[in-house]
Design a binder for this molecule. Structure first.
Ligand code: COA
Length: 193
């Protein structure tokens, strides 16, 4: 296995690796058709075996405090993507990707890293086991058909809202959880480098 920088010719393999790696997670329908690019500097690495991309990490980082991260006391980076194909998991590949990204971040004088992740226990544990600490959460709320009427008022005649995706940042999380079928806790973790 080699860890190397992403190049534009990796786009299709990158997208495939990401979508297949997210299928068994709470991000199963978060599908991209092209790789994300970032407004700020970034570390973009892939893990490759026999010419195939089997893992990836993207960390966008700031050169001015508070332009990328949620917290702004130190210069930081945000892990935008981290994924390893299911058949290559538990071999240490994500750990190597993270460590390599951290090495590059330190070279760029980045002092901390943030990541937002949903409620998959094993993913949360993965971050905690690598020294990340939980900071806060809010809810990702998906609604379908009649559920949408609970949260939106349509202003256009004969237009029916069939699906919604919303962020809930209030205190009444139990009420929201009981009201809608698909809710994800979106957790913020941080790591000091
Ligand atoms: C989280 C993820 C990147 C870890 O990749 P990995 O290469 O398997 O991780 P490593 O081999 O470096 O680490 C292995 C650890 O992950 C755990 N792990 C990995 N896949 C697992 C799975 N499917 N179920 C349970 N535990 C799993 C191992 O038990 C091991 O635990 P440890 O923390 O006690 O060491 C990978 O599971 C993945 O791609 N998940 C889906 C994508 C995702 O949700 N990304 C995060 C969004 S920000």
């Amino acid at each position: 296995m080699i860890i190397r920088k992403y190049t534009d010719s990796d786009n299709l393999q990158w997208v495939r690796c990401r979508v297949l790696s997210l299928l068994d997670t709470a991000y199963f329908d978060n599908v991209l058709r092209e790789k994300e690019h970032y407004q700020n500097p970034s570390i973009e690495l892939v893990a490759e075996v026999d010419g195939k991309i089997i893992g990836l990490i993207d960390v966008e980082y700031e050169i001015e405090r508070g332009t990328v991260c949620y917290y702004n006391k130190q210069l930081g980076g945000v892990i935008r993507n981290l994924a390893v194909l299911p058949e290559y998991r538990k071999l240490g590949i994500a750990t190597v990707l993270l460590n390599e990204a951290i090495r590059s971040l330190k070279v760029n004088e980045i002092e901390r890293v943030e990541v937002w992740t949903r409620d998959d226990k094993w993913v949360n544990d993965w971050y905690k086991n690598r020294g990340f600490s939980f900071k806060k959460f809010y809810l990702h709320v998906y609604t379908e058909s009649d559920e949408c009427d609970e949260i939106v008022k349509v202003k256009v005649e004969k237009l029916h809202v069939c699906n919604c995706f919303a962020h809930y940042v209030g205190e009444n999380t139990e009420e929201i959880k009981s009201k809608f079928k698909r809710i994800h806790k979106c957790n913020l973790y941080e790591l000091y480098l």
